[in-house]
Design a protein around this ligand. Structure first.
Ligand code: GDP
Ligand code: MG
Length: 675
């Protein structure tokens, strides 16, 4: 069969229209093109719809005597629709359109039938029911189609509204303290370094020695204040960034001299580069005997980190977090790097700040740690923060002391939220409660629009349309593979694809399963993740699903390269697509003289099917692809086994199955090409 023609796995959603995510973004040109049809065009569409209606009501389509009957019916339908659209006495209404509106409400404002509006939307590729929301831009086009006159409610951007509220007469502008994020491989000494820098013992408080949450502290060095962030993972760093907040001015990359460059070191470099944040290198653990700091310098060269002593521009310091060696020199280097950044902000305006972490505490309610970006936050200030709002009940500094005010660069704990905000949300102080509520309502409206109620394009479709529009010049790709050899071959082939206009930018490449960090990196870079002979871990899968990040799996290099070439030339529309229908975990194995190895499995998600194709995944690597031999519930052969049920599975022609392996069930679908 087409076993070696492994089609890309992507969401098999129809290209639909993405409502403009924010009220400031008008819909893109192709969407408008798709939506605007003149009245006669509209009739044409409706008449073909009428035929469909007719066919639905006429199950004996095959036995229809002739085409003329269809034609007659079509004429009849046509005349039936005509009056409502071309009737000269039709009343043209002024229709008020807010930033979002339900289909039903829009219909009633136009005095049209809800069903007709639903149909008109459907013809434009939007599947919306009466109670679903559509955005203002779509509504405007629909109103035009029905011959009414749209009246858009002034769409000022949220930022403008906020800026208006936060206006000041006399600005005091001066640089804020730099915000530094410490990154690096696990156990290379991130927490120990932060700990040494602020002289308190965080490591001891952490359960199991693993950083539990984002901590933020300020350190004073030679009249300068530096704000430090300790991220629990690089994904968190990028998550905050992917929500539009830039919370880091400098990344301190910690590399242990006895261990050198490790996977998370490379990951950290990719994250910092994607965020365009300068790196300051700390080579740690130089107190250990027989360590070789130059190996770190050399190893980093392959990742385009050239340190100063090698004539590069990355400042480096050999330190020991444990023995507190050269910490001053590291701080000097950080300040040196800060020197070339512009960190000027306004001090005497209402504050805006970014949420670093949030939690609900008994007795205190929702609590958030924020870092002030701009302005000053004072006790008693009203504020809006994502879908939450409130009034500052108390401000607590890093030592847990109450303070009256917080200034730029300062990490501070805030009490007084009505509900819990998320990391990455921006807090804006407001002059009064009404303003805070007004902005919060607007944010909620936007979020509702963006939520599942609305139709969203898959990221790949979006990317393709951006490529064809010329908006994308470099397609960011994250590559994960099973072995170094394949990885190198893939990366070098990918970098050769492209022409003067579009090229591929391999943002990050590494060996191993696709993890959350890879997905968040792709999300932030607005690119896609490629897995070669490896799989995504479940957490990464669910984040990818939530954030609509495309993960594409391949096991043949030339197919991968072929697909990416097609993608770049905007031609990717494969006839078959792969859909993963479920996963099962192997709990135990048994031997049967008739069937070979039988895997006792538990279906962890989706369902298992005896008609599906399967992949056997061991520790993130694909070790076998083929078909199901038998699928059993107890002694019976069955067609399907649902999520959370146990079953016995044997493979056709394969028996090397072990406990803890994962079985992936997938089907290949024939996709109708869209015109
Ligand atoms: P993180 O995972 O990067 O936060 O690393 P930790 O700060 O938790 O440190 C991991 C281990 O390395 C701990 O056992 C530390 O005591 C040890 N360590 C950290 N810095 C140094 C150092 O400068 N020298 C030595 N010898 N050990 C260190
Ligand atoms: Mg740590």
């Amino acid at each position: 069969m087409d076993k070696d023609k492994k089609p890309p796995t992507t969401k098999v959603s129809k290209p639909t229209i993405k409502p403009s995510a924010s009220i400031t973004n008008p819909p893109t040109v192709p969407i408008r093109k798709k939506l605007t049809f003149n009245v006669s065009g509209f009739q044409k569409k409706l008449s073909s719809l009428a035929v469909n209606n007719l066919l639905e009501g006429e199950p004996d389509y095959e036995k229809l005597p002739s085409l003329s009957k269809v034609k007659r019916a079509r004429e009849k339908q046509k005349t039936k629709y005509k009056p409502s659209l071309t009737n000269t006495s039709k009343i043209v209404r002024e229709v008020d359109i807010p930033i979002k509106i339900t289909v039903q409400e829009l219909a009633s404002r136009m005095s049209e039938k809800t069903g007709d509006v639903v149909k008109a939307l459907m013809k434009s590729g939007i599947m919306a029911t009466a109670n679903q929301y559509i955005d203002g831009d779509t509504a405007e086009l629909i109103v035009n189609d029905f011959g009414h006159s749209p009246n858009r409610q002034a769409s000022v951007s949220l930022k403008e509204v906020i800026a208006n509220y936060q206006k000041t007469n006399q600005s005091i502008i001066k640089p804020r303290p730099p915000i530094v994020t410490v990154m690096g491989h696990v156990d290379h000494g991130k927490t120990s370094l932060l700990d040494a820098l602020r002289n308190t013992n965080v490591t001891a408080k952490e359960s199991g020695g693993i950083t539990q949450h984002i901590g933020a502290y300020q350190v004073k060095h030679k009249d300068s204040i530096i704000t430090f962030l300790d991220t629990p993972g690089h994904a968190a760093f990028t998550n905050i960034r992917s929500r539009g907040a830039n919370l880091t001015d400098i990344v301190v990359l910690v590399v242990a001299a006895n261990d050198s460059v490790k996977p998370q070191t490379i990951e950290a470099i990719s994250h910092a580069k994607t965020a365009n944040v300068p790196i300051v290198l700390a080579i740690n653990k130089i107190d250990l005997p027989d360590v070789n700091p130059d190996k770190v310098r050399n190893d980093l060269l392959t990742h385009e980190i050239v340190v100063e002593s090698f004539q590069g521009d990355v400042l480096e310091t050999e330190i020991s977090a444990l023995k507190k060696i050269n910490l001053d020199k590291l701080l000097d280097n950080i300040l040196l790097q800060v020197g070339i950044l512009n960190l000027d902000v306004e001090y005497n305006k209402l504050a805006d700040a970014i949420v670093v972490e949030s939690k609900i505490e008994t007795g205190r309610g929702p609590v958030a740690t924020i870092i002030i970006n701009n302005g000053t936050l004072s006790e008693g200030d009203h504020f809006t923060c994502g879908p939450a709002f409130g009034k500052v009940r108390a401000l607590l500094n890093e030592k847990g002391e109450k303070v009256k005010q917080a200034t730029p660069g300062m990490p501070i704990e805030v009490l007084g939220f009505d509900s819990i905000p998320s990391a990455g949300d921006t807090l804006y102080a407001m002059p009064n409660e009404e303003a805070a509520k007004e902005i919060t309502e607007k944010v909620k409206d936007q979020q509702q629009l963006e939520s599942k109620e609305s139709v969203k394009k898959s990221s790949l479709e979006e990317m393709m349309s951006n490529i064809s529009k010329g908006d994308i010049k470099k397609l960011p790709i994250i590559v994960k593979a099973d072995v170094q050899g394949s990885l190198e071959a893939i990366v070098s082939s990918l970098e050769k694809i492209g022409n003067d206009e579009v090229t591929i930018n391999v943002v990050h490449s590494a060996i191993g399963a696709i993890n959350e960090s890879d997905v968040s990196l792709a999300d932030a870079a607005e690119g896609l993740v490629i897995g070669f002979n490896i799989r995504a871990i479940p957490q990464a899968r669910s984040i990818a699903k939530r954030d609509k990040v495309d993960i594409r799996y391949y096991s043949i290099i030339y197919e991968l390269v072929d697909d990416m070439t097609k993608l770049l030339s905007g031609l990717l529309s494969s006839d078959t697509k792969e859909e993963i229908i479920g996963h099962a975990e192997v709990r135990d194995t048994f031997n049967s003289s008739k069937l070979g190895t039988i895997a006792g499995c538990y279906v962890t998600n989706g369902f298992a099917s005896n008609a599906a194709k399967i992949r056997l995944v061991r520790a993130g690597k694909i070790i076998y692809e083929g078909e199901v031999g038998s699928l059993k519930r107890f002694k019976d052969n069955v067609k399907e086994v649902k999520e959370n049920y146990e079953c016995g599975i044997s493979f056709k022609d394969y028996s090397d199955i072990l406990a803890k392996d994962e079985i992936e069930f997938y089907i290949t679908k024939q996709i109708q090409k869209e015109l």
